[in-house]
Design a protein around this ligand. Structure first.
Ligand SMILES: Nc1ncnc2c1ncn2[C@@H]1O[C@H](COP(=O)(O)OP(=O)(O)O)[C@@H](O)[C@H]1O
Ligand SMILES: [Mg+2]
Length: 332
């Protein structure tokens, strides 16, 4: 079998416009992507970019207008039932029954997946352990906080051991602590070998969890690569340090020049030396210390400046990721 668990080619979705003489909405305008088995793809984009539309098509809940997609080799339109048998889906809207306890919810999902009563009970027990829900598991779901509910929903999506998991904005609306707890849970899942497609509008979340990132904006892929590659595209990391002894600046520049992608720049007033080091900032930082030390040059304020994914988004699109204004609708 191929290495790719998810393959998407030219995927297009146009929704009929809502209301009288409303224009059709091109939610997806031909996106391509693939996800290697056992890896995490982060689909990063602002509100309205088309993330949920893509996830709904890949999980067989919505038909594409054009293009094709396969999950574990099964076509999402022609072999929808086969796709459903290998996937799990969790996201912002949960499919949890309020009036049941956490444990009962998981058992119910197990029964729906034909695990049988003992099988469903055993699986529920395992998942409550894995998601740190053992205590909460006996309480009715309607008493759960947002963070607990998200975790229970994620546990429910895993009952049948899906090979491929889709998480649509798993931490949107969570407080910072619940968000970090969710990240831990997701990391553990991935360590267990699950292939994951995760959508997010949080640049740091994609950075933290994803092996590869696809940036989408207004229904199109505008960039793809690792977080480091994306950051590299806008100039990459910069190692900076100050050489207080002005007579030693030239020697410092010579010492670190091999690490840079171009000749280091110097602010002569302050003695600030800046070295563009591409995507290998941490290594370059360590190497800078070693080289300055070997040359007997003392420096202060050694630091690594890394672009954030926010910088990447702005550089690629000309607008900030949280700018939801529709440029077509705004008069100049
Ligand atoms: N059922 C629908 N009918 C019409 N337009 C829709 C429908 N679902 C989504 N859209 C539109 O498609 C675009 C992409 O939406 P969505 O995929 O939900 O984006 P995201 O999940 O990235 O926020 C938006 O402009 C949205 O208003
Ligand atoms: Mg969405």
């Amino acid at each position: 079998m191929s290495e790719a668990a998810i393959v998407v080619e030219g995927l297009t979705k146009t929704f009929a416009g809502r209301g009288r003489d409303a224009r059709p909405v091109e939610a997806l305008r031909g996106i391509d992507l693939s996800v290697r088995r056992g890896t995490v793809l982060g689909v990063l984009g602002p509100n309205g970019a088309g993330k949920t539309t893509a996830v709904r098509i890949l999980t067989t809940l919505l038909q594409p207008t054009a293009g094709r997609a396969t999950v574990e080799g099964h076509d999402v339109v022609r072999d929808a039932a086969a796709v459903r048998s290998v996937i799990g889906l969790a996201g912002q809207s949960t499919a949890i029954v309020d009036e049941l306890s956490g444990r009962e919810n998981l058992e119910m999902v197990g029964r729906l997946h034909h695990l049988g009563k003992p099988g469903a009970a055993a699986r529920a027990g395992e998942l409550l352990e894995q998601f740190d829900l053992v205590d909460a598991g006996e309480r009715m779901a309607k008493t759960y906080s947002g963070g607990l509910l998200r975790r229970l929903d994620l546990a429910a999506s895993l009952v049948a051991h899906p090979a491929v998991l889709f998480l649509d904005e798993p931490t949107t609306g969570l407080d910072p602590r619940s968000r970090l707890a969710m990240w831990d849970v997701i990391r553990n899942l991935v360590a267990g070998g699950t292939t994951l497609l995760l959508t997010t509008q949080y640049l740091d979340e994609a950075d933290e969890l994803a092996d590869e990132i696809v940036v989408i904006d207004r229904g199109q892929v505008i960039a793809a690569g690792t977080s480091e590659e994306l950051k590299g595209r806008i100039g990459g990391d910069v190692v900076e340090f100050v050489v207080p002894d002005g007579s030693r600046i030239a020697a410092a520049v010579d010492a670190v020049e091999p690490l840079g992608e171009s000749r280091p720049t110097v602010e002569s007033d302050s003695g600030l030396v800046s070295v563009r080091v591409g995507a290998r900032g941490s290594e370059a930082l360590v190497e800078t210390v070693r080289r300055l030390d070997a040359a007997g040059i003392s420096s202060v304020g050694l630091a690594l400046r890394r672009p954030s994914l926010d910088d990447v988004f702005l550089a690629l699109t000309g607008h900030a990721a949280d700018d939801t204004s529709d440029s077509e609708g705004v008069s100049p």
